[in-house]
Design a protein around this ligand. Structure first.
Ligand code: GAR
Length: 218
């Protein structure tokens, strides 16, 4: 039998994306072995979620490393010791340095709660609301040497409602994150992701066939 893809997840926050990966792998829908969870934040819910699922977890606190590269080196060492094939950033609020990128070329992916290239960076639901955008969503992309700029693998679109707050919009987006991140990782596990420059093709995947209009036409 082919060995499973060895996935490591890096998270800083509550870890609901990690939880969706754990749940889907337990249900047999995501065919990977989650070999390690790392958080830079000792309070991260991701560490508890990993522990409850019996997954090896480590806190590597960035505050103990004066230089970003030294923190990244510690993370890379842990990932290599766990024989990681693919690194998934799931609400990991640290910028990644060259040291990390070079250790896992085209093997680091991220989920971002906006429709890139619109609204990169932080506080993106607030930015989308303030801009007056009619849609937002989430993006799974490869990580490159800038912030939220790497080649896009897949996206989900959600409407923005006139009475939305940052938190109602974030919740609507998060629901889709929990669908598209496991899907993207499953495609990696199946060897179906083809990367050519900025263009990522998913072999055999069906293209979306609906257009959305918001507010709806009458
Ligand atoms: C998610 O919305 C994720 O897209 C976002 O942080 C949240 C983490 O939630 N990531 C970023 O903003 C990365 N720049 P979670 O801890 O519940 O998975």
């Amino acid at each position: 039998m082919k060995p499973k893809l060895r996935l490591a997840v890096l998270a800083s926050g509550s870890g609901t994306n990690l939880q969706s990966l754990i749940d889907q792998s337990q249900q047999g829908k995501l065919d990977v072995e989650i070999v390690l969870v790392i958080s830079n934040n000792p309070q991260s819910g991701a560490l508890e979620r990993a522990a409850s699922a019996g997954i090896k977890n480590l806190c590597i606190n960035h505050r103990n490393f004066p230089q970003r590269q030294d923190f990244d080196r510690a993370v890379v060492t842990a990932l290599q010791q766990a024989k990681t094939d693919l690194v998934a950033l799931a609400g990991f609020m640290r910028i990644i340095s060259k040291v990390f990128l070079e250790a896992f070329p085209q093997r680091i992916i991220n989920i971002h709660p906006a429709l890139l290239p619109a609204f990169p960076g932080l506080h993106v639901q607030k930015k989308a609301l303030e801009y007056g955008a009619r849609f937002s969503g989430c993006t799974v992309h490869l990580v490159d040497d800038d912030v939220d700029t790497g080649p896009i693998i897949l996206q989900a679109v959600v409407p923005i409602h006139s009475n939305d707050t940052e938190s109602t919009l974030a919740a609507r987006i998060l629901e889709q994150e929990h669908k598209i991140y496991p899907q993207a990782i499953q495609w990696f596990a199946e060897g179906r992701i083809i990367i050519q420059g900025r263009s990522v093709t998913v072999s055999g995947a069906r293209s979306a066939d609906v257009a959305l209009i918001n507010p709806a036409c009458e």
